[in-house]
Write a protein that binds this ligand. Sequence first.
Ligand SMILES: [Fe+2]
Length: 226
Amino acid sequence: MAATKPPRRRSPRAAKPAAGRLQVLEVEEKLAATHAALVCAFHQMLDLKDLDTGCHSTRLAEWAVRVAEELGMEERLFQAVEISALLHDIGKVGVPDAILQKPGALTDEEFALLKRHSEYGWAILRLIPGFAAVSHFVLHHHERMDGRGYPAGLRGEEIPMGARVICVIDAFDAMVSDRPYRRGLPAAEALRRLQESAGSQFDPRVVSLFSAFAGAELPAVAAAAN
Ligand SMILES: [Fe+2]
């Protein structure tokens, strides 16, 4: 057994690092509070613009973090995944309402404009100190495993893991949410469609984990909403 060391005598010089550490903690706390306020403010803005996720966004963000944990992502990225899940479509503020709310199919030109939303989101979020990973996940949240996504046409492992998680969240949310021109799909059908495109559009591990969480908890979420 190691002998217990006598407590070190404190010298005025030794007190300096402790004070410095305290200052660092204070700065970190202030930064975390600022980040939380920013995320809240952006989320409110999405709500006003009717771009908030229609399907229990907080619950979706929670599932996204649990998927990230199960995938073995680095712990420091969990918060980035959570924030990306809440704000992934923030770039749609730069897309004309006439396109976002158009009943029926978009023209090629309109679809090209809609696709810009992931770049717009990156352009907004990258300006915030500490949001490098968030902006990166948002930029790539419409890439596909087969390389046919956008904006960069990345494929498979080239796509940041956080972006692969958000891709599934975004697709599920889009399928189950009501639109001015159509009703959302039942959750079970949306999960079936995710499975159908696992491997081509989505990372199969993400789909499998997400389906397990969502499948088990959706009935309770729906009951609470009703
Ligand atoms: Fe999106």
